[in-house]
Design a protein around this ligand. Structure first.
Ligand code: HEC
Ligand code: HEC
Length: 241
């Protein structure tokens, strides 16, 4: 090998090393979701897994298994929430809570097509064919009455949440004003119907043997929970949601 040739070879090798180190070679920036790249033309991404991972997983958990917000990979949830409901909530969010609006028409970053991909994907990926032995109560309930709700709470909830909901053996307070200020009445109804198996919250079939909660009882216990918002001085939400 001539001297000049050796210099070229060494130079080429050094270049390869630099490319491997600088060009990534598998290294990702801290906090960057793995395996998801929305660089380039984010509005063209139409893959459910990529869209879910970048927009939803931070709150609803990886693969819909739940996190700060409920797991959407929940057979009961997908039995009571229809396509229109899913689509509407994803597009416009839930005002006054941390659920953002995603549609560009509502100030979010996703196209209508992407919103559709996510809404449809949740159902096609997660609604298992498993049949429920009983029909769950409807997504939207009747008006509730807080006074009756106190009785429902004592029967169905106090065993885990304490007699007044503030110091249960299995949970932090669920009558805390700052918690209730940030959740909608619908999300409480949803929770009581569909449960959150990932955190130990039973669904409407309840942990009282042979006594599933009826639609009206759920409306009443939600009204009772919501009535605690008023005990929070300076609560940010005057209207009921
Ligand atoms: C910053 C956190 C956050 C992100 C990100 C987020 N969500 Fe939510 N989501 C929430 C919270 C909190 C609620 C409950 C809101 C309430 O109180 O009604 C919620 C509620 C929902 C509901 C309604 C549940 C019901 O009661 O019917 C659906 C459906 C939903 N989210 C889907 C999604 C999807 C799909 C994405 C991604 C495109 C997403 N969310 C991103 C926090 C989030
Ligand atoms: C078998 C025990 C059990 C029963 C019965 C039960 N819960 Fe829970 N619940 C839990 C656990 C565990 C959590 C999670 C607590 C935590 O994260 O601090 C929870 C959480 C909650 C939350 C907060 C959810 C969230 O997303 O942060 C609410 C609201 C709630 N329960 C309402 C109820 C109501 C209303 C009833 C009665 C209809 C009820 N629960 C019955 C165990 C139970």
């Amino acid at each position: 090998m001539t001297r000049a040739r050796a210099i070229v070879v060494v130079g080429a090798l050094a270049f390869v090393v630099v490319v491997v180190i600088v060009g990534g070679g598998g290294c990702t920036l801290p906090g960057q979701p793995k395996g998801v790249s929305l660089e380039g033309q984010p509005s063209k991404v139409e893959d459910f897994a990529a869209l879910y991972a970048s927009s939803c997983a931070g709150c609803h958990g990886e693969n819909g298994r739940g996190g700060a917000a409920l797991g959407l990979d929940n057979v009961v949830y997908l039995a009571i929430a229809d396509d229109q409901t899913l689509r509407r909530i994803i597009a416009t969010g839930v005002a006054g809570t941390s659920m953002p609006a995603f549609a560009q028409s509502a100030g979010g970053g996703l196209t209508d097509r992407q919103v559709d991909v996510i809404a449809r994907g949740i159902r096609t990926h997660w609604a298992r064919a498993e049949t429920l032995s009983e029909t769950p109560p409807p997504y939207v309930g009747p008006d509730g009455e807080a006074r009756r709700g106190a009785g429902v709470f004592a029967t169905f909830c106090a065993s885990c949440h304490g007699s007044d909901g503030s110091d249960g053996p299995k949970s932090r307070s669920i009558v805390d004003g700052s918690y209730l200020a940030l959740v909608s009445a619908q999300s409480l109804r949803t929770l009581v119907i569909v449960g959150r198996p990932e955190i130990g919250q039973p669904d409407w079939r309840s942990d009282v043997p042979g006594r599933p909660l009826a639609s009206q009882q759920i409306a009443d216990v939600v009204a009772w929970l919501i009535s605690h918002r008023q005990e929070f001085p300076g609560r940010p939400h005057a209207r009921s949601r």
